[in-house]
Design a protein around this ligand. Structure first.
Ligand SMILES: Cc1ncc(COP(=O)(O)O)c(C=O)c1O
Length: 385
C-alpha cells in the first residue's frame, strides 16, 4: 500500500552497526565526524538567543508566503554586508535548506525530470530528489591542482529532461569554491539550455583564507536559486531557519517568484518566534564565525604537523568548509577501513564512499571537532597505517 519511492533499505549500514556495537560495549570513541555545531563546545550567547525567541509580536499571526519582512530584510542585510546586492522581495524563508531544495525541485521539475549534482558531494541529495520524484545525474569534480568541475562530464550528463545544475559553494566535503571562470561557464550552459543553477551556500562564509567568496545570490547571468541558512552561518541548526533566493534574468525571476509564492503559501512553514528572532540570530554569526575559523585553522595545522611525520597519508587541498579529505592507502574498501578504525583504534571517520568519491582511499574528518579529540583521534588514525 505504500508508494514505491518510500521502499528504502532501512537496515543500518555496516559502519553504523560497528559503531553501535562499539558504543554498547562502553568503549571510548574519538569521533572525528561531528558536524552538529551545538555539540562541539562552542560558546553561544545563551541569553541573546533565548531572549530573541520571546518577542511579544509572536502573539500575532501575520501569514506571508515569503516570510516576515523584518526577517527578510535582515537576510538581505547579511548579503549587503558581503557586498552582494539582494532584495528582500526575492527571498523566501524556509525551515531548512532541505525544505528550500524541495521548493526548488517542485518549481522546476515534473516527475522524472533531472537535475545534475556534483560528485563527490553532500549525501542527502538522493533522498531529497527521490521524495520529489526527481532523477539525479552526477557530474564529476576532478582533483587536479585543487578541485574543479569536469565540464566534459557535466555536458555529457545533460539530457532534454535536465532542469538544473546543483552547485555546492563551497562543496561539502571537498571544501572548494566555484571559481569565476566556472561560474561564467555554468551561466552560459544554463542560459543557453533554459536550466537553472541551484547554489547551496551554507558554508559560504567559511573560507579558510578569510576571503569573501562571491555569492550566487547576486548572479544575473542565468536563472539562479541560492540556498543558505542559519544552521552553519550562525551555528544554529536547531532553530530551523533558512532561505531561498531567486535571481537571474528579470522576466524569469518574476515567473519563478510567482510560482514559489504559491508553494510557500501552501505551507507557511516558518514559525513566528523564529522569524522574529532571525535578525538577532544573524548577529550571532560574528562570534560563531570567529570560533569556528580559529578551530578549523588549529585543527588543520595540527593535522598537517602529524602528516609531516609520516608518509603513508596526505590531505587534499581545502579552501573552505568544515571538513578535510585524507588520501590514505587503498588496501581495502573505505567502508571496511572506517569499520577497522572504529574497532581497532576507537576512531570514527567518514569513508569517502559516503560522499561518492570515485575510488577507495579517501577518508573525511570534521575540522570542527573539539581540538583535544581531533589531535588524539588524528594521531590514532595515522598510526594505523
Ligand atoms: C551542503 C549542505 N547543505 C545543506 C545542509 C543542511 O542545512 P539545513 O540544516 O539548513 O537543512 C548541509 C548540512 O550539513 C550541508 O552540508
Amino acid at each position: 500500500m505504500f508508494a514505491k519511492r518510500t521502499s528504502w533499505n532501512m537496515a543500518p549500514n555496516r559502519l553504523s552497526e560497528a559503531l553501535a556495537v562499539h558504543r554498547a560495549a562502553g568503549k571510548p570513541l574519538l569521533d572525528l565526524t561531528v558536524s552538529n555545531p551545538t555539540e562541539c563546545g562552542f560558546e553561544y550567547d545563551r541569553s541573546a538567543i533565548l531572549n530573541a525567541l520571546s518577542n511579544p509580536d509572536a502573539l500575532a499571526y501575520e501569514p506571508n508566503p515569503r516570510g516576515l519582512e523584518s526577517a527578510r530584510r535582515a537576510v538581505a542585510g547579511y548579503y549587503a554586508d558581503r557586498k552582494d546586492d539582494v532584495s528582500a522581495e526575492d527571498i523566501f524563508l524556509t525551515t531548512s535548506t532541505s525544505e528550500a531544495y524541495s521548493y526548488v525541485f517542485r518549481t522546476l521539475c515534473d516527475p522524472g525530470d533531472e537535475l545534475l549534482i556534483p560528485s563527490p558531494s553532500y549525501p542527502l541529495f538522493d533522498f531529497l530528489a527521490e521524495i520529489q520524484d526527481v532523477r539525479l545525474a552526477r557530474y564529476s569534480l576532478i582533483y587536479d591542482h585543487g578541485w574543479q568541475i569536469d565540464f566534459h562530464a557535466l555536458g555529457q550528463g545533460i539530457t532534454p529532461r535536465t532542469r538544473g545544475i546543483i552547485v555546492v559553494h563551497p562543496n561539502n566535503p571537498t571544501g572548494h569554491f566555484a571559481k569565476h571562470a566556472e561560474i561564467a561557464k555554468l551561466n552560459s550552459i544554463c542560459s543557453a539550455r533554459e536550466m537553472a543553477i541551484i547554489a547551496d551556500e551554507v558554508f559560504l562564509d567559511f573560507a579558510l583564507d578569510g576571503s569573501r567568496a562571491a555569492s550566487f545570490a547576486a548572479n544575473r547571468g542565468a536563472p539562479t536559486f541560492t540556498l543558505s541558512g542559519l544552521s552553519k552561518i550562525s551555528g544554529l541548526p536547531q532553530m530551523k531557519a533558512a532561505w531561498l533566493i531567486a535571481g537571474g534574468p528579470q522576466q524569469w525571476k518574476r515567473e519563478a517568484l510567482a510560482r514559489l509564492e504559491v508553494i510557500a503559501d501552501t505551507y507557511l512553514s516558518v514559525n513566528a518566534p523564529v522569524q522574529l528572532a532571525i535578525p538577532k540570530f544573524l548577529e550571532q554569526r560574528h562570534a560563531f564565525h570567529k570560533q569556528v575559523s580559529a578551530r578549523v585553522r588549529r585543527n588543520l595545522a595540527e593535522l598537517d604537523r602529524q602528516l609531516a611525520e609520516q608518509s603513508a597519508c596526505s590531505r587534499l587541498t581545502v579552501e573552505g568548509g568544515w571538513c578535510a579529505v585524507l588520501r590514505v592507502p587503498a588496501t581495502r574498501s573505505d567502508e571496511d577501513l572506517a569499520i577497522e578504525l572504529v574497532t581497532a583504534q576507537g576512531v570514527s571517520v567518514h569513508p569517502g564512499l559516503f560522499y561518492e568519491f570515485p575510488a577507495d582511499g579517501y577518508l573525511v574528518v570534521s575540522l570542527i571537532t573539539p581540538e583535544r579529540t581531533f589531535t588524539e583521534g588524528s594521531s590514532r588514525l595515522l598510526s594505523f597505517f
